[in-house]
Design a protein. Structure first.
Ligand code: NAD
Length: 257
């Protein structure tokens, strides 16, 4: 019995063209093929680090030296990472008018590097940083090269300079979550790629879209809680491979039609 509505890219390509446009929700799994580990897979970051000690706002305030050591190890490599086939396919599908927006939980800037224009970042962008006191902008470079000390301190107000990422225990940017909810409610089809669906409120967006009448297509190497509760079409496999196949089929259909 097919428990998870396993689909193929031909069927999904047709559905996307029928619906005419889609909103995309991405998680860490869209970037693992760019060499960036996700959080919860067997090679994921939380198998090496306890997130309560490294990724909460309380941990940062309690032990900034320890948390900034983690930031340098995890965030540093994001600067040189390159977009993979999945990021590129999404950018190409935006170019031809089929992707309305990419809502991402990722902080790695890879959708923008691939050429996507309408990217809603729910958890911030690790290439940027900000003073926790006066909000003056800084960069990841400033943190990495210890220009302002370690942990880095704003020369103006002497408060910590923090990467522009949302830690556990912090609020998401209001504008980003509001836009993401609206896009989800307006969408005719939502494509969900590489998220375990365990981090709220992003995990609620597919459900919101489905309630408003959207078809939910999911790409993941394994079924998730979203697959079991919300997904209509499940494409099992690596995001890069599936997205390039899907993109090719859609572009072929467009050029034939
Ligand atoms: P997660 O680690 O909880 O889940 C990743 C999901 O991706 C899993 O379901 C896994 O099966 C799937 N996956 C892994 N490789 C894949 C591949 N090649 N193709 C398809 N699916 C694949 O990540 P999440 O759901 O995004 O939520 C956790 C948080 O992780 C987010 O808040 C995000 O900010 C943060 N994060 C971001 C990055 C990044 O910016 N690249 C990296 C790690 C974590």
């Amino acid at each position: 019995m097919n428990l998870f509505n396993l689909s193929d890219t031909t069927e999904v390509a047709k559905k996307i063209l029928q619906r005419g446009e889609m909103v995309v929700l991405t998680g860490a799994g869209v970037s693992t093929e760019s060499g960036i580990p996700d959080f919860r897979s067997p090679d994921g970051i939380w198998n090496k680090y306890d997130f309560t000690e490294f990724a909460t706002i309380d941990a940062l305030l309690r032990n900034p030296v320890k948390v900034f050591g983690f930031f340098k190890e995890f965030l540093g490599p994001l600067k040189s990472a390159a977009p993979n086939k999945a990021h590129k396919a999404l950018a190409r599908l935006e170019e031809v008018g089929l992707v309305k927006a990419v809502i991402t939980q990722n902080i790695d800037n890879l959708h923008q590097k691939a050429g996507s224009k309408n990217v809603i970042e729910l958890h911030g962008n690790a290439l940027n940083a900000r003073c926790m006191g006066c909000h003056k902008p800084y960069t990841l470079d400033d943190i990495e090269n210890e220009r302002y000390g370690f942990p880095p301190v704003c020369p103006d107000c002497k408060k910590l300079i923090k990467p522009d990422v949302v830690l556990f225990g912090e609020r998401l940017p209001d504008a980003a979550i509001k836009t993401a909810c609206q896009l989800s409610m307006d969408s005719k089809l939502m494509l969900v790629i590489g998220t375990s669906g365990t981090v709220a409120p992003a995990s609620g967006l597919p459900h919101l879209a489905k309630k408003a009448g959207a078809d939910i297509v999911e790409i993941n190497v394994e079924p998730t809680i979203i697959t079991k509760t919300t997904t209509d079409f499940f494409l099992q496999g690596k995001a890069g491979e599936i997205m390039s196949e899907l993109c090719e089929k859609i572009l072929n259909e467009i050029s034939v039609g």
